[in-house]
Design a protein around this ligand. Structure first.
Ligand SMILES: Cc1ncc(COP(=O)(O)O)c(C=O)c1O
Length: 452
C-alpha cells in the first residue's frame, strides 16, 4: 500500500516553509506592500498573486533558464513565464532583432518584409499555408472562432471539459455532475455558455459524435493533449476519430498549439501527423514580445477570403487589432524561429524533458508515493494520483491544492520555480542537465520529508 500523506505533517512543513520564504524575501515583501497602494491585490495582473508564497518574488533580471530576484537569490526557472519564455530569457539573437526593430519603428499598421517570412516558416513547420497575426493566443482563438462561425453559419463551438484557451468566453464551460454550465471562477460571462458551446470529455469518442450530430457546431477547439488541467494525452486513435467525425459533420478542427509546441518544432500537429483546418498559437513565438498567429488550410483560406470580400468593411469586425502584426513582434518572431526555437534546440529540450520526468519518477518510486508523471516533449509534470487521468473531469478531481502549494514552496525556497496552477516544468534551449538535476534533488528531499 502506498503511504497516506499525513495532513498534519503537511500543514506543519508548509508553515515552516512559509516562514523561510518570509525570512529570505524582505525586499520582495517591501515592493509588494508598496504596490498594494496602486495595484489590485498588489500585482499587475491577478495570476501573479497565485504563487505558493504569501507574496510574489519580484524579479531583478532574467537570462537563459535562470533569474535573480530583488533579494539577490538565483533560481532555475522551470516555469518560464508559463511558456511565454520557453525560448529562455532574453535569447541574444532575438534581443538583437528586437533592439534593431525598436530603433526603426515599432508599429505602423503597415506590413513589413518579416510577415511573409514568418508565414512561410509557420507553414513549413505546421503544414498550413495561410497565416494571420495577432498579439495573444487568446486573440488567435477568438479570431478563429469568429471566422469559423462566419464561414459555416453555425452558432456553436465545441471544447473539452476543463480546457483552457485564454479568456474566450465561449470556452469557459465545464461539466459538473453530468450537467454543463459556466466554469466556477469565470468573471462576468455574457451569457450562459450552453448557448454558445457544447462541451465533452477528452478521449470520449461517443460523446463527441453525439455533440457534433446536432449539426450546429462551427468548430472544435482542441489542444492536441490537454495541458491546462495537468497533461492529459490523447488515447490511441482519438485524433483519427476527432478528424473523421469533424469532417463527417462539416465542423472545422482548430488545433491550439500554444502549449503543445513543446512536442517539437511543428508542435503536436507535426509530431503526431494531425490535419487541422485552423491552428492557433501564441506565447513563446517572439521570445516574450507579445505575438501570436493563426493558420488555415487553402480551402479554409478561400472560404474565409470570399466571406471577407462579401463584407462592406472589416474595420470593426473583430478579427484584427491596431497592434496586430506590428513590426516589432514580427521581427522578434522571425529571429525566434530562425535562431532560437530551432530543430536542434528542440532535440536538446526534449532530452531534458525526459531526464526531468525520469528523475521525478525515480524519486516517487524510492519514496513509494502514489503519484504519477506525464510528459509531452519538453513539458513534464507530476500528479498526485496513482493512475493518470483520462480526461479533464478526472484530472480536476485529482487536484490537491495543499500538496501543490507545499511542493512548489519547497522548490522555490531552494531555488527552483515551478509553474503555478499545476506541477509543470518546461525546458528551454538554455536549460542544462545540471538545472534538471537541481530540481530532481530538491524533489527527492521534499518527498523524503513529506513521508517522514
Ligand atoms: C492552450 C492555450 N491557449 C491559449 C492560451 C492563452 O494564452 P494568452 O494568455 O497568452 O492569451 C493559453 C494560456 O495559458 C493556453 O494554455
Amino acid at each position: 500500500m502506498p503511504p497516506e500523506i499525513d495532513r498534519e505533517r503537511l500543514h506543519d512543513l508548509t508553515a515552516r516553509e512559509l516562514e523561510r520564504f518570509e525570512r529570505d524575501h524582505p525586499r520582495s515583501r517591501e515592493l509588494f506592500e508598496n504596490a498594494r497602494d496602486t495595484l489590485l491585490a498588489g500585482v499587475p495582473m491577478p495570476w501573479m498573486s497565485e504563487w505558493a508564497g504569501p507574496y510574489p518574488v519580484f524579479v531583478s533580471e532574467a537570462h537563459g533558464a535562470r533569474f535573480t530576484d530583488v533579494d539577490g537569490l538565483e533560481y532555475v526557472d522551470l516555469c518560464l513565464g508559463d511558456t511565454g519564455a520557453m525560448t529562455g530569457h532574453a535569447p541574444k539573437e532575438a534581443v538583437a532583432a528586437i533592439a534593431e526593430q525598436a530603433a526603426n519603428g515599432i508599429t505602423h499598421m503597415l506590413p513589413t518584409e518579416d510577415a511573409a517570412w514568418v508565414g512561410r516558416e509557420m507553414g513549413r513547420r505546421f503544414g498550413l499555408p495561410f497565416w494571420q497575426f495577432c498579439l495573444t493566443a487568446t486573440d488567435a482563438n477568438r479570431f478563429t472562432i469568429r471566422l469559423a462561425r462566419a464561414i459555416t453559419g453555425r452558432p456553436k463551438i465545441l471544447v473539452y471539459n476543463f480546457c483552457y484557451h485564454g479568456s474566450v468566453d465561449e470556452t469557459i464551460i465545464t461539466i459538473e455532475g453530468g450537467v454543463s454550465g459556466p466554469r466556477v471562477g469565470n468573471i462576468g460571462p455574457p451569457v450562459d455558455p450552453n448557448q454558445t458551446t457544447r462541451v465533452v470529455e477528452f478521449n470520449d469518442v461517443d460523446a463527441l459524435e453525439r455533440a457534433l450530430a446536432h449539426g450546429d457546431v462551427a468548430c472544435v477547439l482542441a489542444e492536441p493533449a490537454l495541458t491546462n488541467i495537468g497533461i492529459v494525452p490523447p488515447e490511441p486513435g482519438y485524433h483519427d476519430a476527432l478528424r473523421r467525425l469533424t469532417r463527417e459533420h462539416g465542423t472545422f478542427l482548430v488545433i491550439d498549439e500554444t502549449h503543445t509546441i513543446c512536442a517539437g518544432p511543428g508542435g503536436a500537429t507535426r509530431a503526431w501527423g494531425l490535419e487541422p483546418d485552423f491552428l492557433t498559437i501564441g506565447k513563446p513565438l517572439a521570445s516574450g514580445v507579445p505575438a501570436a498567429c493563426y493558420g488555415m488550410s487553402a480551402e479554409v483560406a478561400e472560404r474565409a477570403q470570399s466571406y471577407l470580400d462579401s463584407l462592406p468593411t472589416t474595420d470593426v469586425g473583430g478579427i484584427g487589432g491596431t497592434l496586430s502584426g506590428n513590426a516589432l513582434s514580427l521581427a522578434a518572431m522571425r529571429a525566434t524561429l530562425e535562431h532560437v526555437l530551432t530543430d536542434e534546440a528542440f532535440e536538446h529540450m526534449i532530452a531534458l524533458g525526459e531526464r526531468w520526468a525520469d528523475g521525478v519518477k525515480a524519486a516517487i518510486e524510492t519514496h513509494g508515493l502514489p503519484w504519477e508523471v506525464q510528459r509531452v516533449g519538453c513539458r513534464a509534470e507530476y500528479w498526485f494520483t496513482p493512475t493518470p487521468p483520462r480526461n479533464g473531469g478526472e484530472a480536476a478531481a485529482g487536484e490537491d491544492h495543499d500538496l501543490m502549494r507545499f511542493t512548489h514552496l519547497y522548490a522555490l525556497n531552494r531555488g527552483v520555480l515551478l509553474t503555478p496552477f499545476h506541477n509543470m516544468a518546461l525546458m528551454s534551449p538554455a536549460t542544462t542537465e545540471a538545472d534538471v538535476d537541481t530540481h530532481t534533488n530538491v524533489f527527492d528531499q521534499m518527498a523524503a520529508e513529506l513521508i517522514g
